[in-house]
Design a protein around this ligand. Sequence first.
Ligand code: ZN
Length: 285
Amino acid sequence: MALKRWVLTVLLAGLLWCLYGCGKAAVSPAGSADSGSAGQTVDSGSAAGAAEDTGELIDPPLEEEASDTSEQAQPLAGIVICLDPGHGVTDATGQERVSPLSQETKAAYVSGAAGNSQTEEELNLAVAQLVRAGLEERGAQVVMTRQTNEATVSNIERAQIANNAGADLCIRIHADGSEDSSVSGMSMQVPAGSLLGTPEIEQPSARVAEIILEEVTAATGARSRGLVQRSDLTGFNWSEVPCVLLEMGFLSNAQEDALLATDEYRQQIASGIVSGVCRWMESGR
Ligand SMILES: [Zn+2]
């Protein structure tokens, strides 16, 4: 009999302990979830309320604060960006198909524009490297189509590097040239037309192009020449991922050429591109 009462007592104590323990455990995740969503919508009122309700929840909010901070520092965690610095010094010649949907061919390797202060392939790579540093700092994985000025990469190969990497976005970095030396400003070229191997990239490419162009012109003060739809670019037509091409300015314009040669202006361009990618991510891509 005494043994039976002892067993009952133990069972009752166990039940009470479990109820109390489980109740406490149930409060904690619910509190975390609320504060988590409050953090996303920037509703500090709710977060403060959660902390007030349960005095014992001092630890969870601190953990959330830590994770919120790391999210802010790494807003691009989990995404892959391909950077394609245009052109490259090569002796290679040859043609390649302008689109997977066409037998028409175009030159596979094209040399870039040149100014008094620099050549385009050197400028493109220097800016791409600055963009890479900024993106990686924010948690993105970056794939480059070339990392040296001497490089033999065709336009189809550039597209395939982004495709094979499963890139969320490919940013092609170029500078312009014109016979009219007074022409200046930045533009963003975007894929369009019936030769696109993956027509689904047209809309998302235009969306991210607009955001990045806004951020880059704001960061540099350069004139925006807007978006330019291109149906004839091999690199776009073979791309299976959203792809945009920034023309950073005209090397044929003495003033822009001189600006583009400075580390400060190159960094402003890179910062603008990184801000654009972050804004694109924040806005749901
Ligand atoms: Zn170019």
